[in-house]
Design a protein around this ligand. Structure first.
Ligand SMILES: Cc1cc2nc3c(=O)[nH]c(=O)nc-3n(C[C@H](O)[C@H](O)[C@H](O)COP(=O)(O)O)c2cc1C
Length: 209
């Protein structure tokens, strides 16, 4: 399919429409709503490992959110990407100090995920009452019992609609003693994990090679 630029009366290129060219503006809004709904359904099939992204304010107050929009960016230097809603409680703290942590949750930490997704009603520092939380030397909250924790400093960030795309330079990594636990996953709008027996078998085979 070829793309024909839309020209205005003066022959200049009109601002590009996000809708297919044959669509009228009011049809466009309805179409956009439909795509939005289908997009949510599509993304619910994108099984993802659940993380908590956390930061402390300059005065030491802790904030954190459950997040699946986290991925590895580069290994040299080690960097990751996290997408954080700009209206979330931790976005401000993150902007103030630049330090944040990404705790990759284990299959047994569903209650932590629920807490940091706001499902228990707890806000701010109250979400950190669980004894498994401690502070890294940078002051950043880190979660014990997680599959891994990356302590990062913001190297770049981009405002994109409702979200902040944060690139974090990984300056410390905390790993559990022994084999990593099975991960906590989110799929089809539900928390789940990989089959623990299969995971243990796979880890054992990795250890042998
Ligand atoms: C499985 C799951 C994944 C989520 N992923 C993200 C994410 O990647 N980024 C984000 O900003 N919010 C994400 N959220 C939403 C936040 O966890 C939620 O809005 C949180 O309560 C925000 O904290 P606040 O109430 O302190 O602002 C996710 C929620 C769930 C349940």
């Amino acid at each position: 399919m070829t793309y024909e630029p839309i020209l205005n009366d003066e022959g200049a290129t009109a601002s590009p429409s996000p809708y297919p060219g044959w669509m009228l503006d009011d049809e466009g809004a309805a179409y956009e709503q439909e795509v939005s709904g289908h997009f949510l359904t599509a993304m619910s099939s994108l099984a993802a490992t659940v993380c908590v992204v956390a930061a402390a304010s300059p005065s030491g107050d802790r904030f954190g959110i459950t997040a699946t929009a986290v991925c590895s960016l580069s290994t040299d230097p080690p960097q990751l990407v996290a997408c954080v809603n700009r209206s979330s409680s931790m976005a401000k703290a993150l902007g103030e100090t630049g330090w944040f942590s990404v705790s990759i949750l284990s299959g047994e930490q569903e209650s932590v995920a629920a807490t940091f997704a706001g499902r228990t009603g707890l806000q701010g520092s109250d979400r950190f009452d669980d004894q498994s939380w401690s502070r890294h030397t940078t002051g950043t909250p880190v979660l014990g019992g997680a599959s891994a924790v990356c302590v990062c400093h913001v190297s770049n960030s981009l405002h994109q609609a409702s979200h902040l795309v944060v690139i974090g330079r990984v300056l410390d990594v905390l790993l559990p003693d022994g084999p990593p636990p099975a991960p906590l996953m989110y799929h089809q709008r539900r928390f789940t994990t990989v089959n623990a027996a299969m995971f243990a078998d796979h880890s054992a085979r990795e250890g042998q090679s």
